[in-house]
Design a binder for this molecule. Structure first.
Ligand code: ATP
Ligand code: MG
Length: 378
């Protein structure tokens, strides 16, 4: 039997837990033509949620372009990626793709080539580093043109939105501002995990996207939703897990979707059919998870300065609510001075490794904290 707990990619259908309220909130936002920034830590389920919400919209009368900005690193790449996503969302069949691209993006010289696997792929004749100004305008005006005069409703989702900060200029940011203001019939969703960067983009008066849209912070999934979800998946394989152990899993992960699925995935493997999950199994599962993440954590750790490492070790070792600039904390953790601690805090905040918490700070990734405790605090 296949392990029912999936972690890593987009989850859908049976692997998707709850998010009932969030799904309907987003559907409503799209129906109302809202512009919304959906923000959360990494691997909280933004992509899966938005995909699920898009799936709830009627097929007829709606055009939904989902744009993954992750691979883009320039304005020109942005233009072709958006043009491709819009084209694909408008094409009813593979055969129609080129025709659609010519209708909407004729000036970008679309063509269809065959990729290494023999599949047709849409490409545009826009050099990677050419000045994309007019093409940028054309592409970003297209959703409103599609929606105009009784046309279909349009939704455009930009996933991994923080990527636009890598383009080396703010043309995309500026153009998006005018698009957002002038396209009432189009809903735009911006998804991002670099909360810190995106907040800076929308909370700074001098930036084009200042207060350009609403905020939708995505939280963890509550234990009451995990309880039936986890129990049922164990039961389907004739494995038993009691309420208390599910509770412990949720405490450990604080409802973080990726970690909850990952711990459960390992637990499910460790538990034989007709057996019951035990406390030892749970401990072993956490160990496996930390080992699997160890490579990423080590790389991350090695990218930090000595003060940043010392600060994190200190934070991992202390209880929450610590006064981290107080002499006691500073000297106990070898930080030499309060201003040194302050610099470490600024750098760690900018990396999204720590977050503010009631006048103190916490390590955002709970398993990174556990890893630091187990590996680095010697
Ligand atoms: N509603 C959900 N139910 C169950 N598991 C979920 C849910 N949402 C997310 N997950 C878990 O989290 C993982 C990451 O989900 P997803 O890729 O949607 O998150 P993301 O926020 O888009 O991540 P990233 O920051 O990497 O883009 C999934 O593979 C799955 O294990
Ligand atoms: Mg994602």
């Amino acid at each position: 039997m296949r392990n029912p707990f999936e972690y890593g990619g987009v989850v859908r259908g049976d692997a998707f837990c709850n998010r009932g309220k969030e799904t309907s909130d987003l559907v409503r936002a799209m129906e109302n033509g809202e512009k919304l920034f959906v923000l959360s830590e990494r691997r909280y389920g933004k992509t899966s949620l938005v995909r699920a919400a898009l799936g709830k919209l009627p097929r007829k009368g709606w055009v939904c372009a989902y744009v993954d900005l992750w691979p883009t690193d320039s304005e020109a790449a942005f233009v072709t990626t958006v043009a491709k996503a819009i084209t694909e969302s408008m094409s009813t069949s593979v055969g129609k793709v080129l025709e659609t691209a010519r209708t909407f993006f004729g000036s970008l010289s679309p063509s269809v080539t065959v990729d290494e696997e023999g599949k047709p792929a849409l490409t545009f004749g826009l050099g990677k580093h050419t000045r994309a100004g007019p093409a940028l305008d054309e592409v970003l005006e297209t959703p409103a043109r599609i929606a105009a005069k009784g046309g279909p409703r349009v939704v455009v989702v930009f996933d991994e939105f923080q990527q636009i900060l890598e383009y080396g200029n703010d043309h995309v940011e500026r153009k998006l501002r005018s698009v957002i203001q002038n396209h009432p019939r189009v809903s735009y969703l911006f998804l991002g995990s670099r909360k810190h960067l995106i907040q800076k983009m929308v909370l700074d008066r001098n930036r084009p996207l200042y207060r350009a849209g609403g905020h939708y912070p995505l939280g963890p999934i509550a234990e009451k939703h995990w309880q039936p979800f986890i129990r049922q998946r164990f039961a389907d394989a004739h494995k038993d897990i009691d309420r208390e152990h599910i509770h412990e899993v949720c405490e450990l992960t604080q409802g973080h979707p990726f970690y909850t699925q990952h711990v459960c995935h390992v637990l499910w493997e460790l538990c034989e059919p007709k057996a019951r999950v035990s406390a030892e199994m749970l401990r072993a599962a956490v160990k496996v998870l930390l080992e699997r993440e160890s490579y990423a954590y080590t790389t991350l750790w090695e990218s930090l300065t000595l003060s940043q490492k010392r600060f994190l070790k200190g934070l991992a070792a202390e209880t929450s609510g610590m006064k981290v600039f107080a002499g006691e904390f500073v000297s106990r953790h070898g930080l030499s001075s309060a201003s040194n601690a302050q610099r470490a805090v600024q750098a760690l905040l900018a990396k999204d490794l720590i977050d503010r918490d009631n006048g103190s700070f916490l390590i955002t990734d709970r398993f990174f904290r556990l890893w630091i405790q187990s590996v680095q605090s010697v």
